[in-house]
Design a protein around this ligand. Structure first.
Ligand SMILES: [Zn+2]
Ligand SMILES: [Zn+2]
Length: 264
């Protein structure tokens, strides 16, 4: 039996520069309905017990040097907040790590540099097998948590199963919308999701497909299959000769969800 677990994968406690004690952070995410919390204090591994409702994964956020970028941050998963850090697309690679943060809520709230789709697409265009997560990077309790998470698809509710899902890309990222199904079928991708204003199949530069909701909804190489206060199912044509595609949806509040890449 497979199930989806809602994961907060980037959060700090008083053991580094966060404001909540580990137990308070755990209680906050458990009360908010999360299934998994990775505590990622800077440079240390904060140990804390899982509770009945929340699997706690001890992780960490390290600093490292990339060429010309002396202070880059690296989670147990991969590169954190590339836009906020100042990494330049085309000038860094991700050898040896699982992926990057496509969205970091703290960086978005503080500086408007939370979204890293340009960095992600650049890595993918250059052939990287790069996954991406969305995360809070919570430091300030209620104020900067529960904005971004990962849905991990697992066979059972365990830390090992979550780590396996993260390593193999069996997850997607969200700031609100849910993506229920993505199916590749005869040159197209079919997507089923909670009501959204736009469903897009992103790919390499100048390629892609998209449908938008509403009377004037623009459609490019795609069709809406079902709607209910928004698009709930869409079929998007895969452009020819592209190295990857990935699905991105946006709801009426501007909240987004991102699947991992689909490689041919
Ligand atoms: Zn950081
Ligand atoms: Zn952080």
């Amino acid at each position: 039996m497979t199930m989806w677990l809602r994961c907060a994968l980037h959060a700090h406690t008083t053991r580094s520069d966060g404001e909540l004690e580990p137990e308070e952070l755990i209680a906050q995410y458990e009360a908010a309905g999360f299934d998994v919390l990775a505590i990622t204090d800077h440079w240390i591994r904060t140990e804390a017990e899982s509770t009945e409702g929340l699997l706690v994964i001890p992780s960490s956020e390290l600093s490292c040097r990339l060429p010309d970028w002396p202070d880059t941050h690296l989670l147990g998963f991969g590169i954190a907040h590339p836009y906020w850090t100042g990494l330049v697309p085309g000038e860094f690679s991700i050898d040896g790590v699982a992926g990057i943060e496509v969205f970091n809520a703290g960086c978005e709230l503080e500086t408007g540099r939370g979204v890293a789709t340009v960095h992600w697409d650049d890595l993918l265009e250059r052939g990287a097998r790069c996954f991406a997560i969305a995360a809070d990077d919570s430091h300030h309790g209620d104020l900067d948590s529960r904005f971004a998470w990962v849905w991990a698809r697992v066979g059972k509710r365990s830390v090992d199963a979550v780590l396996e899902a993260l390593a193999t890309g069996s997850f997607y990222s969200s700031t609100g919308p849910e993506i229920h199904e993505v199916r590749v079928d005869d040159g197209a991708v079919e997507v089923r999701c909670t009501p959204c204003q736009r469903v897009t199949l992103c790919s390499r530069r100048q390629r892609g497909s998209s449908v938008s909701f509403g009377p004037a909804g623009y459609k490019h190489r795609g069709e809406i299959l079902a709607e209910s206060d928004g698009i709930t199912a869409a079929r998007l044509t895969i452009p020819p000769h592209v190295p990857y595609t990935r699905v991105e949806v946006v709801d009426e509040h501007g909240r987004r969800a991102w699947t991992n890449p689909l490689w041919p």
